[in-house]
Design a protein around this ligand. Structure first.
Ligand SMILES: O=C(O)C(=O)C[C@]1(C(=O)O)C=C[C@@H](O)C=C1
Length: 91
């Protein structure tokens, strides 16, 4: 008797449509997390500015860039730069 996985039985169009649904759901969650990150970052920046500091904290940004690069390689650095730009605006 041969066994067939549900994926193999489904056919390529169904597999692709199902996977795209999962990708859309993941993107919704990622966008929500980015928006949450922006809101939390705004709290940090506003608190620092209100106590006489600057909006930007470069050594903290270096830690974040290194974290993303270590996890995702060179494109991770670009992703972290985009997240930082979304969170604190352009510098
Ligand atoms: O961690 C901080 O001190 C922040 O202000 C947050 C944050 C960030 O979005 O990660 C934003 C601006 C700073 O330049 C560094 C980091």
């Amino acid at each position: 008797m041969t066994t067939t996985s549900p994926e193999a039985a489904a056919g390529p169009e169904t597999i692709i449509a199902d996977a795209r649904e999962r990708i859309d759901a993941l993107d919704d969650r990622i966008i929500g997390l980015v928006q949450e990150r922006m809101a939390v970052s705004a709290v940090v920046q506003q608190t620092r500015i209100a106590s006489g500091g600057r909006r930007v904290h470069l050594s903290r940004e270096m830690e974040i860039l290194a974290r993303y690069r270590d996890a995702l390689g060179k494109p991770g650095t670009s992703l972290a730069m985009t997240l930082l730009e979304l969170s604190r605006g352009r510098i």
